[in-house]
Design a protein around this ligand. Structure first.
Ligand SMILES: [Zn+2]
Length: 449
């Protein structure tokens, strides 16, 4: 099976960050075979399917580096409420069933995919259900089953085993699933388990994806003895030998200078989630980390705290927030932001040989954005148009692993109206079950029942 995409403005994100104004890409199987001008490529190649897309920008699929897509089930439920993670999400999440999690993952992943994310780094409970849903839709995932020793909705040794079994089950099985280990956070996973998981990650050659320094409550618990003498969550991870290029550390918000030094020195990857921080009134030091030369990726975090999974919006909000916080309008240029969601994210994930740019030999994960719209005209500068003017709704076609999975906004491997209906029904069932299990939740969500 081969596919030729031509007559596009091609943003390659290759080493020289080449942009080909009338560009073309040849895809053979799941990989890019050749890239060039439409004229050159049309002369040398033919394909079983051709997509001529004048007026469109082709860019590498976006990598959403931290999310929990099934949490779209709680979209809007926590808006304008305090401490929603502990008071609302966790009590609701106790009520998940595998089927409802599958339906809500289809819904959340369909949103991400239609908005141009071809790879999501997802951290969640019931990860087998998540993987079944993401592979059904055809979106790629770096997936890890959430492991918690205590304090959350799904805790204990059985979850630990599920997390490890997930890696064993999916490793090398399907190019759409890149398994990782996903300890929840330094305050919810014991030092012993963190050490054990670190060893297992090394043994299987997989990444670890963890929330780090995300709340004052986490800092207080770690300092209060849980961290065995550590002065901060990042210090705890440093003492346990968990920091390093193998760790994807989401957030790192409550971090002081010493903590940033540790992250920098160990070359730990950090994920910055611009919209949820801005909405939550949380200060972010993303620019300081970038200026230190650290690898910072971009994520949407859960759709219920964002409240969407639109990576284009994240890029724009990142620029706005960091410039406003620093008082410097010249930082975080559009190209740099786009790199953080493509090639640099691929590097952080250790997948730079396969992901993050449109180049021969790489997996064919490509997004076409339709610029024939008032808000994207004229298209003098396609990179600034994508970062400052476009939104996920402008995504027209999405190719993942060489397969067209969204065509003109329509999913090709699943029925979107059905996904919306079953996802909504599951979300309502989840909430109804949750208040039965935990009546204390009722006053917080009563208006939605
Ligand atoms: Zn998160």
């Amino acid at each position: 099976m081969s596919l030729l995409v031509k007559n596009v403005c091609l943003i390659t994100m290759n080493e020289s960050r080449e942009i080909i104004p009338d560009g073309a890409v040849v895809i053979e199987g799941n990989r890019v075979l050749a890239v060039g001008s439409t004229k050159e490529i049309s002369r040398s190649y033919s394909a079983s399917e051709e997509i001529a897309a004048p007026g469109m920008i082709a860019l590498p699929g976006l990598i959403n580096a931290h999310t929990h897509v099934a949490m779209c089930a709680m979209r809007g439920v926590s808006a304008e409420k305090e401490e929603h993670l502990y008071r609302i999400y966790w009590p609701i999440e106790k009520a998940w069933t595998a089927d409802d999690c599958y339906n809500c993952t289809l819904l959340g992943a369909a949103e991400a995919l239609r908005f141009g994310s071809t790879c999501i780094v997802d951290h969640y409970f019931l990860m087998e259900s998540v993987a079944n849903a993401t592979t059904k839709l055809g979106i790629r995932g770096v997936l890890g089953h959430t492991i918690m020793t205590e304090d959350g909705p799904w805790v204990g040794r059985a979850e630990f085993e599920k997390g490890v079994d997930f890696v064993k089950h999916w490793k090398g099985k399907n190019p759409l699933v890149i398994p990782c280990l996903a300890p929840h956070a330094p305050d919810t996973v014991s030092a012993d388990w963190l050490t054990e998981l670190n060893g297992i990650a090394g043994q299987y050659g997989v990444k670890q994806h963890m929330h780090v320094a995300q709340s004052p409550r986490e800092v207080a618990k770690v300092k209060g003895g849980w961290g065995k003498g550590a002065r901060s969550p990042i210090d705890m991870l440093s003492r346990l030998g968990v920091l390093g290029p193998n760790l994807i550390a989401a957030h790192c918000i409550y971090a002081d200078e010493q903590d940033l030094d540790l992250l920098q020195k160990t070359r730990t990857n950090v994920v910055y989630c611009p919209s949820p921080y801005a909405l939550g009134g949380v200060y972010s030091r993303a620019w300081e980390m970038i200026r230190r030369g650290m690898r910072v990726m971009i994520g949407t975090d859960a759709p219920c705290g964002n409240d969407n999974s639109d990576m284009f919006e994240e890029l724009r909000v990142a620029a706005m927030t960091q410039r406003q916080l620093t008082g410097d309008g010249s930082i975080l240029r559009a190209r740099e932001l786009l790199e953080m969601a493509t090639i640099k994210a691929a590097e952080a994930l250790g997948l730079e040989g396969s992901l993050g740019s449109i180049e021969p030999g790489k997996w064919a994960d490509i997004v076409l954005v339709d610029t024939r719209k008032p808000h994207l005209t004229p298209n003098f500068n396609p990179v600034t148009n994508l970062v400052y003017a476009a939104s996920g709704a402008d995504v027209h076609t999405v190719i993942v692993n060489g397969e067209v999975v969204v065509r003109n906004g329509v999913l090709t491997k699943a029925d979107l109206p059905h996904i919306i209906k079953s996802g909504e029904e599951s979300a309502h069932r989840l909430l109804a079950r949750a208040v039965e299990i935990d009546p204390a939740l009722r006053p917080l969500v009563d208006e939605y029942l």
